[in-house]
Design a protein around this ligand. Structure first.
Ligand code: 9MR
Length: 369
């Protein structure tokens, strides 16, 4: 089971940051011109990043304060943190992040009310007994969980990833979980309805990681079918979160532009707002050489963001972390050459990289929404 603190990567990240000379955010931004949030705001886009409770150190927070208008807790609103124990809700890690956002005048996204994937549910929930009438029991549990989480954060969370990753990329079907066993598709409907009831002013989003690369066809098809079902059944939903972990399997050269456009067009035709919720660039298939690698990452990002920003329905853009040392990819998909990944706008030295400039350039080129 994955936990929010403290992973090997966080420990390594801490060591790396500690070993480096202190860099003030001002120095890091001196040549960078306007902040990413300012560039984005000019185009009607809200820019921000994920933040994890394990990485709340001052120099990192300075970058977030300078660059970001919105924060999303990377892990702290997940059920395996909030309800790690069946009989005790733990909001403390999430509250730390929410407090940081509030204290610094940043908006807050919520991720996620139903991550409908067994790998990310606490053990006790996997073995839960929903009683003699499992459909009723499961609905009661789900509604009560969503009620507690939504009312705890109230209007501070202006946008919720209500359901995350419920489509199995291999089959294109809804994944098997204790909730789908008891309720089938209805668990998705119930999650959105409960979110509408208990977070009535929040934007409600379906979030998933199907990407534009080859090999994602079944995943895209399954997600499109789900988006259609949600509309056909009048489920209360506003937005479609496209995670955008590009280079997912290290295939950033095999983007399928026209298939991707058709997929995004279909969501737009169904009147979904669009969000990039978790942007980063996996550099696994790029060379060891830093300059060549950073150029490859920047080029892939510019290509992708130019296409995505052409959709005026897209008005939120969040990175999944702002510095390489705090990226989940370090531990998740290590490079064959064992050098650290370089997937985010800032290096482990907290200085901006070519990816930051590529993001800035894409924002400058984006049409106003
Ligand atoms: O970045 C997150 C990592 O720290 C966690 O260990 C992992 C499991 O909870 O989740 C990662 O974030 C995922 C996000 O919640 C959903 N989309 C994919 C993200 C990267 O795996």
């Amino acid at each position: 089971m994955f936990t929010h603190i403290p992973t090997r990567r966080h420990i390594l990240a801490g060591l790396t940051a500690a070993a480096l000379p202190p860099v003030t955010a001002g120095a890091a931004h001196a040549d960078a011109g306007p902040s990413l949030k300012a560039l984005a705001a000019e185009k009607g886009i809200l820019f921000g990043s994920a933040l994890s409770a394990g990485t709340m150190e001052a120099a990192y927070l300075d970058i977030l304060k300078t660059e970001c208008g919105v924060i999303v807790p990377e892990n702290e609103f997940k059920v395996y943190v909030i309800a790690a124990q069946a009989d005790r809700y733990n909001f403390a890690p999430g509250d730390a992040i929410a407090g940081f956002a509030r204290d610094n005048g940043m908006k807050l996204r919520g991720h996620t009310l139903l991550w409908n994937k067994v790998e990310f549910m606490p053990k006790w929930l996997l073995n839960i007994d929903f009683g003699r009438k499992p459909a009723l029991g499961a609905e009661r549990y789900l509604r009560d969980y969503i009620k507690r989480v939504c009312t705890h954060y109230g209007d501070q969370v202006f946008s919720w990833d209500v359901v995350n990753e419920t489509i199995d990329p291999k089959t294109g079907e809804i994944r098997d979980t204790p909730f789908t066993k008891a309720l089938g598709f209805d668990c998705i409907r119930i999650a959105f309805e409960a979110a509408r009831e208990y977070a009535p002013r929040a934007q409600l989003v379906y979030n998933d990681y199907m990407s534009w690369e080859a090999g994602n066809e079944t995943h895209r098809k399954g997600v499109q079918k789900l988006l259609e079902m949600l509309r056909n059944k009048n489920v209360p939903i506003d937005g479609f979160g496209i995670q955008s972990h590009i280079g997912n399997d290290g295939h950033i050269k095999e983007a399928q532009h026209s298939e991707w456009r058709a997929f995004v067009d279909a969501a737009v035709d169904m009147k979904y707002r669009l969000l990039i919720t978790e942007f980063d660039v996996n550099d696994k298939d790029l060379p060891t050489d830093i300059a060549a690698r950073d150029a490859g990452v920047a080029a892939a990002a510019k290509d992708y963001l130019d296409l995505m920003f052409s959709y005026k329905e897209l008005d939120q853009f969040l990175c999944w972390g702002m510095t390489d040392n705090h990226s989940w990819l370090q531990g998740w998909t290590p490079r064959a050459d064992k050098t650290p990944q370089r997937p985010t706008p800032y290096g482990a030295d907290y200085r901006p990289k070519p990816l930051r400039e590529a993001i800035a350039a894409a924002l400058r080129a984006a049409p106003k929404r």
